[in-house]
Design a binder for this molecule. Structure first.
Ligand code: CAA
Length: 379
């Protein structure tokens, strides 16, 4: 693995960091407070090519490598974790699988507007009674003479209230004691496909999620992504990439918490000196920086394996597991460095703490990452 970033990758960091500092960071507290969907930021992320970064230009994307995507995700998430996950779901959970498994027609008609950011995508795997054990989903798609009829509900659908398309997974076959799933593309406005009001959550307030419903929702055969009966593999392969995006989001949150802690520790005085001169504080900062770097290396390794096209399930799981738990630890310590002010909404660290927590849950809990890692350790 080459640790030197290319000129292009450095440019992506600079572009994303500059954009995030000018146009996202000043609004992050307001977005968190109001839970407003950041329409104008999503539009600017589209203009900058951040909504389909690894998709080839002929399908509306940036034609970049997964490490470039991870770098941009860290920058956007350092400014606002909500904006980070909006971007991550569109890139990793929608564009990637449609590009990898979709038909030419789907790539032209659906992927191109979503990768260029004119339209928005979301991913429907989780159900009210089926989260970690994703194969137990009960949403069905029944074959008819001219297509399929979907029935069921999917919840925690990030981007769901605003998405133009959903990539949804349904059971299509239960014969022979084996459950087989298939992936479908459904467009907003298709009769029988509805969304309810957005969820209310601990953090990432501006990244809206909701439950979506399929009631006798008819789709044509051309809505199938990948092969009939192989939808679960589409979902799992997609999450191998998605977990790199969430690991990068966690890096961004932790970096923001560390940066503001370093700055505060140099300004705040106690016992006659800046608190950074107390070893108790300096050691906290040292641990935070070390853990952040370790998580970044795991994330960059997973991204570079994805670029090489080799299976990277355990590497993505390690990156997501370590980065997400690290982000919670770092944000926790950031509050400690700030003392009482850290607990106040006047400072950003309590937001970082709330935002970090979800990274240990979505796209597979820490426990699911350990299952994936253990399977490779014990193989
Ligand atoms: N790539 C390709 N195929 C894969 C794969 C991968 N990474 N992982 C598994 N498969 C294949 C297996 O080879 C197997 O194929 P065969 O049937 O041909 O043998 C099949 O898929 C089933 O695999 P498992 O037996 O390992 O499946 P399992 O039922 O034991 O589940 C699991 C494995 C890891 C626990 C999985 O259910 C899982 O990842 N659960 C968590 C789900 C999750 O992450 N949900 C997140 C929702 S999205 C989200 O959160 C979005 C958001 O809001 C931001």
């Amino acid at each position: 693995m080459d640790f030197d970033l290319t000129e292009e990758q450095r440019l992506i960091i600079d572009t994303a960091r500059d954009f995030a500092a000018r146009e996202i960071a000043p609004k992050a507290a307001e977005l968190d407070k109001t839970g407003r969907w950041p329409t104008e930021i999503v539009a600017r992320m589209a203009e900058l090519g951040f909504m389909g970064m690894c998709i080839p230009p002929e399908y509306g994307g940036g034609g970049l490598d997964p490490l470039s995507y991870a770098l941009a995700m860290e920058e956007i998430s350092a400014a606002c974790a909500s904006c980070g996950v909006i971007m991550s779901v569109n890139n990793s959970l929608f564009c990637d699988p449609v590009y990898k498994f979709g038909t030419e027609e789907q790539k032209k008609n659906v992927l191109t507007p979503v990768a260029s950011g004119q339209k928005l995508g979301c991913f429907g795997l989780t159900e009210p009674m089926s989260g970690s054990d994703a194969q137990t989903m009960i949403t069905t798609a029944e074959k008819t003479a001219d297509g399929w009829v979907l029935n069921g509900a999917k919840n925690w659908i990030t981007n769901g209230p605003h998405a133009d398309y959903i990539l949804v997974f349904a059971v299509t076959d239960r014969t022979g004691g084996k459950v087989r799933h298939t992936a479908f593309l459904v467009e907003k406005g298709t009769p029988g496909y509805t969304q309810n009001a957005r969820d209310h959550k601990l953090g990432i307030h501006a990244a809206h999620s909701c439950t979506v419903f399929f009631e006798n929702c008819k789709v044509p055969d051309s809505a199938i992504v990948g092969k009939v009966g192989e939808g679960f593999k589409v979902a799992m392969a997609t999450l191998d990439g998605g977990r790199i995006g969430i690991a990068s989001q966690a890096l961004g949150i932790a970096r923001a918490a560390l940066d503001v802690s370093v700055q505060y520790s140099k300004e705040r005085k106690s016992f006659g000196v800046p608190i950074s001169q107390h070893q108790a504080i300096a050691f906290m900062l040292a641990n935070m920086a070390t853990e952040l770097d370790a998580a970044r290396l795991l994330t960059w390794r997973a991204a570079s394996m994805k670029e090489k096209g080799v299976r990277h399930s355990p590497e993505s799981a390690m990156a997501k597991l370590y980065a997400s738990e690290m982000a919670t630890r770092v944000a926790h310590k950031a509050i400690q460095v700030h003392g009482g002010y850290g607990y106040s909404t006047e400072f950003p660290v309590e937001r970082h703490y709330r935002d970090a927590r979800i990274t240990e849950i979505y796209e597979g809990t820490s426990e699911i990452q350990r299952i994936v890692i253990a399977a490779s350790v014990l193989a």
